[in-house]
Write a protein that binds this ligand. Sequence first.
Ligand code: CAA
Length: 258
Amino acid sequence: MSFVKYEQTGFVGVMTIDREKALNALNSEVLADLEAAIDAIDLDATRCVVLTGAGQKSFVAGADIGEMSTLTKAEGEAFGKKGNDVFRKLETLPIPVIAAVNGFALGGGCELSLSCDIRLASENAVFAQPETGLGITPGFGGTQRLARTINVGKAKEMLYAGTKVKADEALSLGLVNAVYPADELMGAAMKLAEKIARNAPIAVRASKKAVNDGLQVNIDEAIVIEEKLFGSCFETEDQKNGMTAFVEKRKPEPFVNR
Ligand code: CAA
């Protein structure tokens, strides 16, 4: 029995954290299942992933507080590393990942959403990093990714004070791209995923890599990263297809990921 369900719909994979009775909190088992589910994605057959939480109430309510409550310093560091390794694997997955945040995204849940490329939220979504109220720092990348995603002052307020951010405020902060009524969220996430999946997969992957790698280096190195990836597209069938179609004033054939 896995705590992470995976379903393939055409080119889109839907991954669901499924530990509803604990509001999808991340214990070691859930993290291991999440890693296994990421490793199992067929990257030839999948062009975009939608990640969500089971039930109506919660995306992920954080790392498992019961499990963490008795950890030693060394065990705490190891638990943080486990979460960070899995989240980094998700962040560096070659294909885009959309977080469909359907309720609480607290602590490790907020951090999980930040490891995704794009966040869409339901109207009942709540984001927060409540860790300092539990006597710890965020441990799955929150201090780093939150401050790189929204303005640093607001990120620091969320980190120091545990301030909760509801969906409408998350939208105004740029933490999420859009907010939907709860029953429309998955449909909207699938629609966006399918739109991404219709574009040339190699170009989408190269765009993801260019943004992610480029943000880690100075602008001169970043531009070179883009140049190389841009150039590599010109040896693909999909580039020939897309540009020939434009020149011939017609729609391209479906892209083939070559
Ligand atoms: N860890 C373990 N169990 C959790 C959990 C968590 N993070 N969040 C919720 N649960 C469990 C509850 O213990 C409860 O289990 P039982 O029914 O067995 O008692 C069940 O989920 C339902 O939760 P509540 O009864 O509390 O539901 P509620 O609607 O009254 O409250 C909530 C919902 C506000 C989200 C509340 O559950 C809550 O505050 N949860 C903790 C949120 C939090 O602090 N998350 C950060 C964790 S630290 C972290 O994530 C560190 C890191 O960066 C790695």
